[in-house]
Design a protein around this ligand. Structure first.
Ligand code: PRP
Length: 175
């Protein structure tokens, strides 16, 4: 198996401190309207598991699968729903949990999809925000870390399906 060269940019303690803080904020902000948390597969699951254990509310949880990267480090620009529980979002307060927002194309597609299904309101929590790459105007309510343009792996983020299990976030170095 090919060896990947990467540099750690956010260590485990830094990530967990930020995620705990965010959990507290969400607990306060949603205290009057426990959300339906929507985890976006697959990358968000590590972040989501830590974040939502730090949220002290009677929320419910669903997942939706979306893919746009395929096998490349560049977004293809095409969004595809890969897994859909077909929840009824009517009247619900949706909290989308994503690992990374890059061009924003996926989030834009997803929010339209959820809005079409009758959501009352939609909020977004993201681990990494890469604003320099934005191609659409998307609203993000909670950002753990704003990062510069690079390819990141670890804590859920993958390179060709691998490296999600790294306990930190690292920047992939070009070969
Ligand atoms: C990543 C991420 C977002 C999307 C963001 O998913 O989880 O869904 O890309 O990119 P964008 O803002 O340019 O649309 P990916 O396709 O890598 O799938 P994965 O989470 O299953 O690894």
């Amino acid at each position: 198996m090919e060896e990947m060269d990467y540099t750690i940019v956010l260590d485990t303690a830094t990530i967990h401190k930020k995620v705990e803080e965010l959990g507290k904020r969400i607990s306060e902000d949603f205290s009057q309207k426990p959300p339906l948390v929507l985890g976006v597969l697959k990358g968000s699951v590590f972040f989501l598991a830590d974040l939502m254990r730090a949220v002290d509310l009677p929320y419910t949880l669903d997942f939706i699968g979306v893919s746009s990267y395929k096998e490349s480090t560049e977004s293809s620009g095409k969004v595809e729903i890969t897994f859909d529980l077909s929840s009824d979002f009517t009247g619900k307060h949706i909290l989308i949990v994503e690992d990374i927002i890059d061009t924003g194309i996926t989030l834009d597609y997803l929010t339209n999809h959820i809005r079409d299904r009758g959501a009352e309101d939609i909020s977004v929590a993201v681990l990494l925000d890469k604003p320099s790459r934005r191609k659409t105007d998307v609203k993000i309510d909670y950002v753990c870390f704003e990062v510069e343009d690079a390819f990141y792996v670890g804590y859920g983020l993958d390179y060709q399906g691998r490296l999600r299990n790294l306990p930190y976030i690292a920047r992939l170095n070009p070969a």
